[in-house]
Every structure is written in structure tokens, then in C-alpha cells.
Design a protein around this ligand. Structure first.
Ligand SMILES: Nc1ncnc2c1ncn2[C@@H]1O[C@H](COP(=O)(O)OP(=O)(O)O)[C@@H](O)[C@H]1O
Ligand SMILES: O=P(O)(O)OC[C@@H](O)[C@H]1O[C@@H](OP(=O)(O)O)[C@@H](O)[C@@H](O)[C@@H]1O
Length: 478
């Protein structure tokens, strides 16, 4: 997939805890004479839509026809919030709650850092906080015209009868994604998909110290709640998509720089649901949401992502210098992820490539033809010495890799230090793993993990008469 779905044809309803994010900023150059606290001299007051309203902003920034339902007080923050969402082209219906404040998060900032956050809120779960029947009636009406629904639960009480809202979506046959809160997940039974972050999930299923435990516990929860899927967002570890009877899909983060992670979860659920509503399949929608989160964490405050920014993540940069094909392992994983998201088939092979000869070239060209991008993993100098003896390699790893990177058929080059690249292959999980004809499939390091993940191992024909060792021997003859 190299094109984005057409988000403008999607119509999505967001219901949940809307809030106003307020930022008071100024310099902090002295400590108060009254108490050991910094004095911030405020010179800027900025407001932004937050919580469920930030989810709506993220949808609108993608071009989605967005309808927002929430509860606000009778106060200045309510007016500011209404202004922010209307400016973004969102159709908002706010149910009044005159005796309660509009939920407001006031951050006092200095040098782009929070000095303190002040929350103004009272639980909207209390009976009589707002006209719940009117809210539900508006929700029901909006759902009928929607392609998909998002329930953005920050535990403030707007969604305290979330089970009946999910039932409305199900009866209307509309997908409903939920950003959950609290410990009682039974109330989300029957939702299409939940997007807890790690802390939210662990609060419900207990500690998940490793990926296997996470998958086991999340899979059990998914079954109990009869979900279609569960997407666990894992901060700097990316995200994991779980579906019944399917292998988990673990996506590493693609963030190039991380500045402020506030609201990344809002971006995830908005992008994922927008893509589903625009006709993408769940795996593509998840990959897009991961790319979008990678963009948003590079921005200050709760932020949004435009289709142009998302498209830039999908579009390869212009002609790269061959040096840029030399990658460290983590950079390679991000590179792989971006290509997978574009639907590319990744091919991987490995070797020492000490003296490159035409047999190598033919085999690498054939390997490249099996997919859309070829990664070559190269043994480090120590690894070559262990395999081939103390006189090898003739060329240092940096030079061997640089020569490979100059070949037209090679798209990425990475070094590995172990005797075999099995661990690295297990991280990359190429769709096609290739070796030359001097191996059988069973002898190819990493073939088992690649095949378990649905990939294939290919042994290419051996080109007789070409070998580095034979070339060295010829050169040594008097
Ligand atoms: N520190 C980080 N480094 C890189 N990516 C991050 C980081 N924090 C969040 N992300 C991205 O944002 C997504 C959502 O963030 P997460 O912290 O898991 O959820 P939430 O914002 O709901 O607490 C992650 O899946 C990841 O793609
Ligand atoms: O839950 P509390 O802390 O009371 O309130 C929510 C806030 O922490 C912030 O949570 C963020 O989302 P993420 O949770 O970072 O995705 C965004 O929605 C902000 O707009 C919002 O102010």
C-alpha cells in the first residue's frame, strides 16, 4: 500500500470525555520568596481541545467527517472548547451540565516543560450530572449515519453506561472502537476493538513482564470480552495487535524523534478508526495508526497528523546515497516497518561477502527479484574469523558493507556479530529468506522463525566456478 485511504469519504462519530487543554507559559527565572517553588511569569495563554475532543481533532485533521458528542459545563472553558472544535470543522453536540465544570487541564509551562498541571473536574458519573437520556438519543441518531464509532473513555463519567452505547452500535451494525479506562472491562464487552496502553491493560490483567505473557493475558481478555481485536499500545515499544486465532502483530515504533507523548493514544484510535471507516483492512489501519503516532510524539502537546504528513511516512525519500543503506539494527527495523506498511515484500539474505564476485552479484539480483526490497546481513570481522579462520576477512566489515550498499539490487545492509544471523532474522521476520545453493533449507539460520511467521525460505541455484576462497588461492599461486 503506497496510497492512503480516502479519509474524506469516512464519517466517524466520537463520544466521550471531552476536555479543554490549557497552557499558561512564561519564564521561570526565580524561586518564590514565600515558598521553595518556581515563579512563572505568564505571558501566553493557549487552549486546545483535549481528551475525546482531541480524538475528534485528529479525525478532522485527516479530513474525516467528524461528529463529536460530549458533556460540558456552563463556563468559559465550554465556549473555548466549542470554538476550537468548530474551527476544525467538527460537528459537535455538547450536552450541558450546568452545575459541573467543563473538564479542564491547566498546564503551567516554562521552557516547554510542565511546571505543574491543575485539573478542574468533578465526576460526571453522578446521577443528575447531565441528561443521560438526551445524550444517548443524540448518540443513537448519529450512529445510524456513521461508518464507525469511537468511544473515548477517560473515566470521567460521560460513558459510565458504555455497555448500552456499544449495544446501540452493534444493533446498527457499526464498528465501535474503545479507548478504555478503569478496571471494569466487562462493560466493554462486544466492542469491535479496544486500545488500552500497557499500564491500562496491566491494571486489568496484572503484570506482563514479557511479550509472551502480554499475548497470553491479552488473548484471554479478548475472548472474555468477545472482541474482534485488541490493540495494546506500548509507548516506546510500539504496539501489538491481537486477533482471535491469528498470530500477534508486533509493530515497533517508527518515531524518529520523541518530544511529547501526550495524546499519542488519541492519535492511534483516531487514525485506526478513520482508516477502517475509509475501507482499509485492520492490519493496514493499525500500521497507519503506528505511523501517525510516530509523527505526533514528535510534536509538543496533544497533536494531530495531516494526510500529507502520513503520506510522507509512506513515500520513500528521494534517491538515497548508497551510504545511507548502511543501517544499525534498530534503524533497520523502522525501515522494514515503513516498507511493510506500504505493502512491500521484504527479502533477506546474509553472508561474509569478503571479495565480491559475479556469483554473489547474480545471486543477490535473483534474491532481490523475489520481493520489493533486499536486506543483506553481513558477518562482523570477528564472526568471519570464527567461521573461516584467522586470515579472513581480507576486507573489514565497513568496506564489505559499503561495497554491497553500492549494488543496485541491495536496499539495506546491516552487520551481525554472532556466528549466525538467526536472532536478527527473528527481529526482521522477512517474508522471504534466501541463501545460495550450498545450503539446504534446514541449514539456513532463522528459517524456522521466518516460516512460523508465514514467510518462506528460498535456496537459489549455485553458480559454479565463482568463490572467494578460490580467488584468494589463485592470487597466491606464483
Ligand atoms: N516514547 C515513545 N517513543 C516512541 N513512540 C512512542 C512513545 N510513546 C508513545 N509512542 C507511540 O504512541 C503510541 C501510543 O502511546 P502509548 O503511550 O502506548 O499510549 P497512550 O498515549 O494512550 O498512553 C505507541 O504505540 C507508539 O506508537
Ligand atoms: O486522564 P487524565 O490525566 O485525567 O486526563 C487526560 C490528560 O492526561 C490528557 O490525555 C491525553 O491523552 P493520552 O492519555 O496521553 O493519550 C490527551 O487527551 C490530552 O488532551 C489530555 O489532556
Amino acid at each position: 500500500m503506497s496510497q492512503l485511504p480516502d479519509f474524506t469519504r469516512a464519517r466517524v462519530v466520537v463520544a466521550g470525555d471531552v476536555m479543554l487543554d490549557r497552557y499558561w507559559s512564561g519564564s521561570a527565572s526565580r524561586i518564590s520568596p514565600e515558598a521553595p517553588v518556581p515563579v512563572v511569569q505568564i505571558n501566553a495563554d493557549r487552549t486546545q481541545a483535549g481528551g475525546a475532543a482531541n480524538v475528534a481533532l485528529n479525525l478532522a485533521a485527516l479530513g474525516v467527517q467528524t461528529h463529536l458528542l460530549g458533556v460540558v459545563g456552563d463556563d468559559e472553558p465550554a465556549q473555548l472548547l466549542a470554538q476550537r472544535v468548530t474551527d476544525a470543522g467538527i460537528d459537535a453536540q455538547f450536552t450541558p451540565s450546568p452545575d459541573y465544570p467543563t473538564i479542564t487541564k491547566l498546564r503551567v509551562m516554562s521552557r516547554n516543560q510542565q511546571v505543574i498541571r491543575l485539573d478542574f473536574e468533578m465526576s460526571l458519573a453522578e446521577p443528575g450530572a447531565f441528561d443521560r437520556a438526551a445524550f444517548t438519543a443524540q448518540f443513537r441518531a448519529q450512529v445510524q449515519q456513521a461508518d464507525a464509532v469511537i468511544l473515548s473513555d477517560y473515566g470521567k463519567g460521560t460513558l459510565s453506561d458504555v455497555a448500552s452505547l456499544i449495544a446501540i452500535c452493534r444493533a446498527a451494525g457499526k464498528p465501535v472502537t474503545v479507548d478504555p479506562k478503569g478496571r471494569d472491562y466487562a462493560r466493554y464487552t462486544g466492542a469491535t476493538l479496544l486500545t488500552p496502553n500497557m499500564a491500562e491493560l496491566e491494571a486489568v490483567v496484572g503484570p506482563c513482564p514479557d511479550e509472551a505473557t502480554l499475548v497470553a493475558k491479552a488473548t484471554q481478555l479478548m475472548g472474555e470480552l468477545q472482541l474482534f481485536a485488541l490493540l495494546v499500545t506500548r509507548s516506546e515499544k510500539g504496539m501489538s495487535l491481537l486477533r482471535p486465532h491469528r498470530e500477534p502483530l508486533h509493530l515497533p515504533t517508527v518515531a524518529r524523534e520523541v518530544y511529547d507523548v501526550t495524546g499519542a493514544g488519541d492519535t492511534v484510535i483516531a487514525t485506526l478508526t478513520a482508516a477502517l471507516a475509509a475501507g482499509s483492512d485492520l492490519e493496514t489501519a493499525t500500521r497507519l495508526s503506528n505511523l501517525a503516532a510516530g509523527v505526533t510524539v514528535g510534536k509538543l502537546g496533544a497533536a494531530t497528523v495531516t494526510p500529507a504528513e502520513l503520506q510522507a511516512q509512506l513515500t520513500p525519500d528521494g534517491p538515497a546515497s548508497s551510504e545511507s543503506l548502511l543501517m544499525a539494527e534498530d534503524a533497520l527495523l523502522q525501515w522494514v516497518e515503513a516498507r511493510r506498511t506500504r505493502g512491500q515484500r521484504i527479502v533477506m539474505t546474509n553472508g561474509c561477502f569478503d571479495l565480491l564476485h559475479v556469483g554473489h552479484l547474480r545471486y543477490l539480483e535473483q534474491a532481490r527479484a523475489l520481493g520489493d526490497a533486499l536486506i543483506v546481513a553481513v558477518n562482523s570481522d570477528d564472526s568471519v574469523r570464527r567461521l573461516k579462520g584467522p586470515t579472513r576477512p581480507l576486507n573489514a566489515a565497513a568496506d564489505r558493507m559499503r561495497v554491497l550498499a553500492g549494488l543496485k539490487c541491495v536496499d539495506a545492509v546491516v552487520e551481525f556479530g554472532e556466528d549466525t544471523p538467526a536472532r536478527l532474522i527473528g527481529r526482521v521476520l522477512p517474508q522471504v529468506l534466501v541463501k545460495g545453493g550450498d545450503y539446504t533449507v534446514e541449514q539456513v539460520a532463522g528459517h524456522d522463525v521466518v516460516e512460523a511467521a508465514g514467510g518462506q525460505t528460498v535456496i537459489l541455484n549455485f553458480h559454479d566456478g565463482y568463490s572467494t576462497t578460490a580467488t584468494i588461492q589463485r592470487a597466491q599461486q606464483p
